[in-house]
Design a protein around this ligand. Structure first.
Ligand code: ZN
Length: 126
């Protein structure tokens, strides 16, 4: 058997992190999961072209899924920090870097690491 490549490990981790956040937001419907799969396929190709980008995959998959959800479902993930005003989505920072976090651009706070949104929102499923 071949050992799992770092690329496959990174893609697997990215998929798991983004799915965890989707579950936390209760939007992990089968068609939403397929959006994650589509992104993972595209990012596999992307990292094959640019191997140094392997560390950035989790943040990129999160942004891909966020963009795809915006078209089909609306804003995700909604900011759990701001209690008033218009509901708004969190942003991924850095957009292209390791160790991605969800941040609220309005309040200027880091809300959670990508993959840890459930703990931040208290919305973890039973
Ligand atoms: Zn906010």
């Amino acid at each position: 058997m071949n050992p799992i490549s770092p690329l496959e490990q990174a893609l697997h981790a990215a998929r798991a992190l983004v799915l965890a956040d989707l579950v936390a937001g209760e939007v992990a419907e089968p068609d939403v999961v397929s959006l994650v799969e589509e992104s993972v396929v595209q990012r596999r190709w992307w990292v094959e072209q640019w191997p140094e980008g392997v560390e950035f995959v989790a943040g990129l998959v999160a942004q891909d899924v966020q963009d795809a959800l915006l078209e089909r479902y609306g804003r995700w993930p909604l900011c759990p920090v701001c209690g008033s005003g218009d509901p708004h989505a969190l942003d991924v920072e850095p957009e292209l870097g390791p160790d991605p976090h969800w941040v609220c651009g309005k309040a200027g706070v880091k809300v959670a690491a990508v993959g840890s949104l459930g703990a931040a929102t208290g919305g973890a499923p039973s």
